[in-house]
Ligand binder design. Structure first.
Ligand code: MN
Length: 242
């Protein structure tokens, strides 16, 4: 049996072919026969609240629920785009929410799971913004605003991000190796899986003289990126758009 990991799909009405690929993949035998499906953040490009009545959140919930109904557990860890996904949506989609920084034992190996943005400690401005966005009072205040206002805020934030990076695709700093090793030491693990940086790879290094690995999931821009984990090890694979 195989455990599947995906992240950074950034599902959005602007890229319908990726939403279709996501739906096709979730309906495939590979997913329906998996031991579990993990989504490690940034499933969607923007999230304005569980009460969003747009078509896309419903399509995503239906696709996820069908996987759960087929008997496959679906775990969702929030990323920097979808940290406002709440308990109501989790119920609708049949997903179990995980905290960023979760340890699951996979094929006998305690493995640290993160979205990855916390590891990008060289970007001090981003880390300060993250602390504000993750403040429960700020979140409650925003979620209390009328839906059209929240939609306007999300559109404005994305426009600012586009102007800032000069493209629709955001430039993201890579992780800091010291932050990686500190997080792994603190969790007491030698294996880490995360997304966020859009730099798919398996990195091998030593922590305190012990072999360690950091597996990075890829994004879903030019193709789908999937990590397949089983007792024999980990494989990063690409899903063609067509
Ligand atoms: Mn991210």
């Amino acid at each position: 049996m195989t455990t599947l990991f995906i992240a950074d799909l950034h599902l959005d009405d602007a890229r319908p072919e990726i939403t279709e690929l996501f739906e096709r993949y979730l309906a495939s035998p590979e997913v329906r026969q998996a031991e579990a499906l993990y989504i490690l953040g940034d499933l969607v490009e923007a999230w304005v609240g569980d009460d969003d009545d747009a078509a896309l959140p419903t399509r995503i919930a239906d696709a996820l629920k069908a996987v759960r109904d087929a008997g496959v557990p679906v775990y969702f860890m929030p990323g920097n785009r979808d940290f406002l996904v709440g308990a109501d949506y989790a119920t609708r989609a049949g997903i179990e929410r995980l905290d960023d920084i979760t340890v699951h034992t996979l094929y006998g190996q305690p493995t640290l799971l993160m979205h990855g943005d916390l590891l990008c400690t060289d970007d001090a401005a981003y880390q300060a913004l993250r602390r504000q966005l993750r403040n429960p009072q700020w979140q409650a205040q925003v979620l209390g605003l009328p839906l059209p206002i929240r939609r306007g805020m999300a559109a404005k934030a994305r426009e600012e991000s586009r102007q800032h990076t000069g493209s629709a695709r955001e430039a993201i700093m890579d992780v800091n190796q010291t932050a990686v090793e500190d997080a792994m030491r603190q969790a007491g693990v030698h294996h880490l899986i995360h997304g966020h940086t859009h730099r798919p790879a398996v990195h091998h290094f030593d922590i305190d003289g012990q072999p360690a690995s950091r597996t990075v999931l890829g994004d879903w821009y030019e193709q789908g990126s999937v990590l397949k984990l089983d007792a024999d090890g980990a494989r990063l694979e690409g899903l063609p758009l067509r």
